[in-house]
Design a protein around this ligand. Structure first.
Ligand code: DAT
Ligand code: MG
Length: 158
């Protein structure tokens, strides 16, 4: 079998994905996890939690001067979220494509935001926008021992 040469570093790229409180309330947790599983990405960590305001303020710190920042933190704090780390080739970029655009109105059908939501301030899912930010966000939301080290049997086939 001829396979392109992939380095461990490229295969092991990781992204931080969070199902926001509206995604949880609307029963979309299984649907969202299914899409990442079916695409072929590997689940590395997951927790269901009510994130603190301090954590959420830090998570969105780059947006602190934007007028919607307080409302964004309040929304993210309004109920539990599902925080996850997914791994695989180009997972940061592919994850953003799977999410769709920030504004659901600009998101194509077939994307998560394109299929399941209408407005920007209730856009059901977060995904890291760069490899650098993914690392920062993973370290913010998870401790090293929460990142599970295991071999995924499908790995060689995807
Ligand atoms: P994304 O979540 O696509 O990475 P972002 O990081 O620019 O988008 O913004 C974080 C979240 O803030 C976004 O998912 C929804 C909200 N948001 C962004 N721009 C907004 C705006 N102009 N008005 C209201 N909410 C906004
Ligand atoms: Mg962002």
């Amino acid at each position: 079998m001829v396979r392109p040469a992939l380095t461990m570093a490229s295969i092991a790229e990781r992204t931080f994905i969070a199902i926001k409180p509206d995604g949880v309330q609307r029963g979309l947790v299984g649907e969202i996890i299914k899409r990442f599983e079916q695409k072929g990405f590997k689940l590395v960590a997951m927790k269901f939690m009510h994130a603190s305001e301090d954590l959420l303020r830090e998570h969105y710190i780059d947006l602190k001067d934007r007028p919607f920042y307080p409302g964004l933190v309040e929304y993210m704090h309004s109920g539990p979220v599902v925080a996850m780390v997914w791994e695989g080739l180009n997972v940061v970029k592919a994850g953003r494509v799977m999410l769709g655009e920030t504004n659901p109105a600009d998101s194509k059908p077939g994307t998560i935001r394109g299929d399941f939501c209408i407005q920007m301030s209730r856009n059901i899912i977060h995904g890291s926008n760069s490899v650098e930010n993914a690392e920062i966000e993973i370290n913010l939301w998870f401790t090293p021992d929460e990142l599970v080290d295991y071999t995924c049997c499908e790995h060689e086939w995807i």
